[in-house]
Design a protein around this ligand. Sequence first.
Ligand code: SAH
Length: 356
Amino acid sequence: MNALRREIERIIASEGPIGIDRYMALALGHPVHGYYVTRDPLGAAGDFTTAPEISQMFGELLGLWAATVWDMMGRPFPFVLAELGPGRGTLMADALRAAGRVPGFLEAADINLVEISPALRQSQQAKLAGHEVSWRGRFEELPPGPLLLLANEFLDALPIRQFVRGGGGWHERVVGLSPEGGLAFGLAPHAAPDLAAVPGRDGDLLETSPASLALADIMARRLAAMGGAALLVDYGAAGSDLGDTFQALRRHGFADPLAEPGEADLTAHVRFGALARAASRAGAAVHGPMTQGAFLLALGIRERAAVLSRGRDEATRAAVASALARLTAPEAMGDLFKAMALADPRLGPLPGLPPP
Ligand code: SAH
């Protein structure tokens, strides 16, 4: 049995069952045993693969998106260029190479990476050698000023809470101790008072991510006050907040989220509708969400793929075509993943996205 599971069992034994949010925060971010603290989870040898690791085209297009919005903002000098959860630094490296072709952009960019993982900070440093970069532990630590922010598969890692409808109220789904030993899901005996007004039918499961909503709120306030835009790409639905999407991924397959905390990636689908409402309440314009496939096609991924294939050998052309399909085809990542931007309402329509 792993050390983190023992620690979580001790916490539950002394304090009672814990919310999924606390369980997720411990499993992913525990300072010694947390999943993101102890490893580089990406790539074929890891647990999952992400869009920037599939193809350079993804980061390049997001970089050009940022450079275009920078131009629309009146080319502020300096401005904060930030990424949340930059993984191996691949997206930012590809983005900087592409956006660097827009004169003045790199000189104006104060590059900031928000990352909790020491292992991944090292990969980022290696990948971005040659650029001056600052690391931050959280969004709130970014320096002030106009902001352009990118985040791919960051929000899905933020802790969620779940509530199940029964007896006229919403009962929090919690992690407790199973009589047979080990961890097990259970339900809080008392209904959550702050959800009393939320309608539902018996058996409905409501999923919320207070941490994501708080981030959308603070990001929106900052963008409205200091200018800029944040592009959020992740998997999830544009609509309802109902349904259990809490999942564990290990070695590219689904796993039991309670079996070995710290050994599997824990995520939930991003509720873009709820994020959009929180951000617009806080004063930002919300562009999208739209599907990743449509977004990348609007930004010109097909044209970029053609350039990368031109005059190249058969194997390279096949690899480019396969990456294009993985990123855009509806049955691959094209439909499940969404792109949404939060922006200063003074900005006009943003590249590739429907206007607010
Ligand atoms: N954006 C990258 C990596 C996605 S994995 C890509 O697309 O390949 C999630 C990333 O978010 C990792 O870099 C992880 O270490 C980071 N992360 C997860 N939770 C975090 C938190 N609470 N604060 C900062 N970074 C976090």
